[in-house]
Design a protein around this ligand. Structure first.
Ligand code: FES
Length: 370
């Protein structure tokens, strides 16, 4: 074997690696950190032990990080594509004052290991395959749409995608050159960049200002015939929803992703926690005691532990309220619950007595280690 062939044979391809098993495999090792813009980095991971990743383009993972002695969970959409299954990546913007994004930017290096839950989520073209697509993203909301774009173009299927991305300025455009390249190489892929201002780039050839109805009609005249996937900051998505609704777009073909799970919960019509005076606490409730703080609450029939705690003014860590992200994970010291989770906890954690208060209803009085 000559040297080049020997080196190639020693590269970390591992096509014989078994598939990633969410719920069992949960350790990622960072293998590369890439600067995307002045405040955005991509972190590339491999599985430990080696695994082939399978997920839907657009899905997210939850990182479980120990920061300042505290376990903190945070959801990030995968920016990678499952068509390149040896590694996955997340792309993270440094948010001023943001605990997790700053920690990742400052601490995560090749060789660092993190604990991961997921993948999860239903924000994926793979679940809505019928119509041409319109991808709309703002800022770092580009990540799930980049995953979908990479997957669709990698598969070399006939595609019809228009990708409209909004940024503050040209230097803030994430994946700028790659998106241009995809549009050059794939006839069914068209990209439109919108920047609020052109700071420092007088030759800017994209749109300037905000994505409004006139700009959308001009750039994507057939947008009403497309399935829209939208991801970005809350105000951006609210603006897009308003624009589409006022244009007569059929919102049955609109899908959005946000990690402001409070908003998602409200939008999904999940009932807010009932206040205690509206339910018969004495007759129907179970007592829940928090062993470290000594707080005690009553959980009404049909109520989750988290909802009851929030209604009583207690603050428990929580994010999705849907059993997805793992943020509320707690140790159940005594008692039994009916837990209907959506992948936010591993089987071995359940075996060790952990549970998710956001999706658990008591079946007896409880004692929780908090
Ligand atoms: Fe997300 Fe409970 S808050 S799993």
């Amino acid at each position: 074997m000559n040297t080049i062939v020997a080196e190639f044979a020693a590269t970390p391809f591992n096509t014989a690696a078994p598939l990633w098993q969410p719920g069992e495999d949960d350790t990622f090792e960072c293998v590369q950190v890439r600067d995307e813009t002045h405040d955005v980095k991509t972190f590339v991971f491999k599985a430990v032990p080696a695994r082939q990743f399978r997920y839907l383009p657009g899905q997210f993972i939850t990182l479980e990080l120990e920061i300042d002695g505290e376990i903190t969970n945070r959801c990030y959409t995968l920016s990678s594509t499952p068509t390149r299954p040896d590694c996955v990546s997340i792309t993270v913007k440094r948010v001023p004052g943001g605990k997790v994004s700053n920690w990742l930017h400052d601490n995560l290096k090749p060789g660092s290991r993190v604990s991961v839950l997921g993948p999860a989520g239903e924000f994926s073209f793979a679940l809505y395959p019928q119509r041409p697509y319109l991808f709309l993203s703002g800022g770092s909301g580009i990540t799930p749409l980049m995953s979908m774009s990479r997957a669709l173009t990698d598969l070399a299927q006939p595609t019809d995608i228009v990708f409209v991305h909004s940024s503050r300025s040209p230097s803030d455009i994430i994946f700028r050159h790659e998106v241009v390249l995809l549009a050059r190489q794939h006839p069914g892929f068209r990209q439109v960049q919108v920047c609020q201002g052109t700071a420092g780039e007088p030759e800017w050839s994209g749109l300037t200002g905000y994505l409004d109805r006139a700009a959308l009609e001009r750039s994507v005249p057939d947008f009403k015939e497309r399935t829209v996937f939208c991801c970005g900051p809350g105000p951006y998505m609210a603006g897009v929803r308003k624009l589409l609704e006022e244009s007569g777009f059929d919102m049955a073909h609109y899908h959005e992703e946000s990690f402001n799970f409070g908003e998602l919960t409200a939008a999904a019509g999940v009932e807010p926690a009932p206040a205690c005076e509206h339910v018969s606490c004495e007759s129907a409730g179970f007592k829940v005691r928090f062993s470290r703080t000594g707080d005690e609450i009553t959980v009404a029939a049909g109520q989750t532990v988290l909802a009851a705690a929030q209604a009583s003014g207690l603050r428990l860590p929580a994010s999705c309220s849907q059993g997805l992200c793992g943020t509320c994970k707690s140790k159940l010291v005594e008692g039994q619950v009916d837990m209907q989770h959506s992948g936010g906890i591993r089987k071995r954690e359940i075996d060790q007595g952990m549970f998710l208060p956001c999706c658990s209803k008591p079946l007896s009085d409880l004692v929780i280690d908090r």
